[in-house]
Design a protein around this ligand. Structure first.
Ligand code: BES
Ligand code: MN
Ligand code: ZN
Length: 508
């Protein structure tokens, strides 16, 4: 059984306790110790802090960190650079890095002292860095360590800011339960988390929660519904595919359009008959991060008490070679009625999404967003710094871009060029083909393919137009395997786009 993830306990107060670990983030150019920095410390500790801050040796430059050891409390003076240069990203990342450097050896009570110059949004981001980084995936390690219990965190600020800051940090830690859940799912090995198991966990999660509903369509049901794109991808594995429906507040707003979020859930992508090379193939256990983000998002929305209705769909399959696997050259039927010529069984994500996206179109959505670790090409284009953002709707795309910047889950707009759609619809024997004509623009080819499965409907002007849709290619941002730089994640699944989508959905 999975234990429920809870985040570190976070509270806000004035400058009272000192904790076992006291972090004092400071700006550059201080000539003397700010008010409140030393409240509650003993005489000698106070003197040590004051003289460190005013000494020439300490400048408050970004990344500079000075530790002062006193009897009951380890004090960390952390440089944050010039106040005018501080952004939420710098603040969050430095909070995360600071947290990563802590050890429970000296106690688990952290106090962060926000003294002169700190505003609520920057304090909230700094604290969020601590919360997000407080994550490990150790369930398969037999570590012989005594459990020192969870961290607790107190954010200290002046009275005037306490209420607002408290609201923000409580929200951050609620959302983080979703981020951490998405990481847990992403980090699970493929022999432990396969389509049916994902469905089981979703059902278990929904149990006892009045505002959520989960439904799983198994292999039989998929066949009855005609979802052969999902079936074909998954039928080569002994773990059969399924589709999971997430519904938050299903009884509310039943006559209005609400968002639908769709996730690619390939629990392992071997490439199938078009098998991948062995280098780095283990990372393909993460090929279900789109579905992990959807699950994590629903947890985040639930934990923050979101009142609106929202739909989620995850397309779960394992892409394996076997005597029963689909092959290059096959033509498959999809839920939409369109046929796909399979040119490469490793371009499987787009196939499973074809059925998920068409289904999403039936749910009267205000917009559809899909998340998928879809192409190696997007990693070539954007590295690990940004998610690729494709859309048929400028206003939706702009909103996503803007929020991505705000929460530092950057989503970079890529063009939807007609030439790529043309490539993907130029099969000689089927309606669409699952691979383009060459290797150039692979991420755009994939997006051009997906667009064929977005339904049209009449808009308010009486025109027949496609439902607003955005596709997030998270192949480069879903995982940290070494070398990459991501302050808020140590290793493995990142939980990317839970925070972005949570803000997008809740901001109105
Ligand atoms: N899951 C992969 C894409 C991927 C690559 C995710 C690297 C994460 C890191 C996807 O299913 C895939 O294999 N895509 C192919 C498509 C090609 C065969 C048309 C690719 O991008 O090479
Ligand atoms: Mn693949
Ligand atoms: Zn894949």
């Amino acid at each position: 059984m999975e234990r429920n993830r809870t985040c570190m306990e976070v509270a806000t107060s004035g400058f009272i306790e000192t904790g076992n670990i006291m972090v004092i983030p400071l700006f550059e150019g201080l000539s003397k110790s700010p008010n409140n920095a030393t409240t509650g410390l003993g005489r000698s500790a106070s003197i040590a802090v004051k003289s460190a801050i005013s000494s020439e040796a300490y400048s408050g430059e970004i990344g500079e960190s000075l530790r002062i050891w006193t009897k009951n409390c380890q004090i960390i003076l952390l440089g944050l650079g010039k106040q005018k240069d501080l952004t939420t990203k710098i603040s969050r990342d430095n909070g995360a890095k600071c947290f990563a450097s802590l050890s429970k050896k000296h106690g688990t009570q952290i106090v962060i002292r926000f003294t002169t110059g700190w505003k609520v949004d920057m304090m909230a981001a700094f604290t969020e860095g601590f919360i997000l980084r407080d994550y490990t995936f150790e369930k398969y390690q037999n570590k012989d360590q005594e459990d020192k219990g969870p961290w607790s965190l107190i954010c200290q600020t002046i009275d005037r800011y306490q209420k607002d800051l408290n609201k923000e940090v409580i929200k951050s830690s609620s959302i983080a339960t979703g981020v951490h859940l998405a990481r847990d799912l992403g980090n699970e090995p493929a022999n432990r988390l396969y389509p049916e198991e994902f469905g089981k966990r979703a059902l278990e999660w929904a149990k006892g929660k009045k505002s959520v509903e989960v439904e799983v369509w198994d292999y039989e049901r998929l066949r009855k519904e005609g979802m052969y794109a999902l079936i074909e991808v998954g039928k080569g594995s002994i773990h059969k595919p399924c589709m999971v429906f997430f519904r938050l507040n299903p009884d509310k707003e039943i006559n209005s359009e609400v968002p639908c979020i769709v996730g690619k859930g390939i629990t392992f992508d071997s490439g199938g008959i078009s098998i991948k090379g062995s280098a780095g193939m283990d990372e393909m256990k993460l090929d279900m991060h789109g579905s992990a983000t959807v699950f994590g998002l629903f947890q985040a929305l639930y934990a923050t008490g979101h009142k609106g209705r929202i739909n989620g769909i995850t397309c779960m399959a394992e892409n394996m070679p076997s005597a029963e696997a689909y092959r290059p050259g096959d033509v498959i039927d999809t839920y939409s009625g369109k046929t796909i010529e399979v040119l490469n069984t490793d371009a499987e994500g787009r196939n499973v999404l074809a059925d998920g996206l068409w289904k999403a179109g039936e749910l009267n959505p205000s917009y559809i967003i899909d998340l998928a670790t879809l192409t190696g090409s997007i990693v070539v284009a954007l590295g690990h710094e940004a998610t690729g953002l494709f859309s048929n709707n400028q206003s939706l795309s702009q909103k996503i871009k803007k929020i991505g910047d705000e929460v530092d889950e950057i989503s970079w707009p890529m063009p939807m060029l007609p030439a790529f759609e043309k490539q993907m619809t130029s099969s000689k024997i089927a309606d669409v083909r699952n691979q383009g004509k060459g290797r150039w623009g692979g991420a755009s080819q994939a997006a051009g393919f997906l667009k064929q499965f977005i339904q049209k409907r009449e808009n308010s002007e009486g025109e027949n137009t496609q439902i607003p849709w955005a596709h997030l290619d998270i192949a480069g941002t879903a995982g940290i395997w070494g070398g990459e730089n991501n302050a808020t994640v140590g290793h493995g699944a990142t939980g990317v786009q839970v925070r972005l989508l949570h803000r997008l959905i809740t901001q109105n």
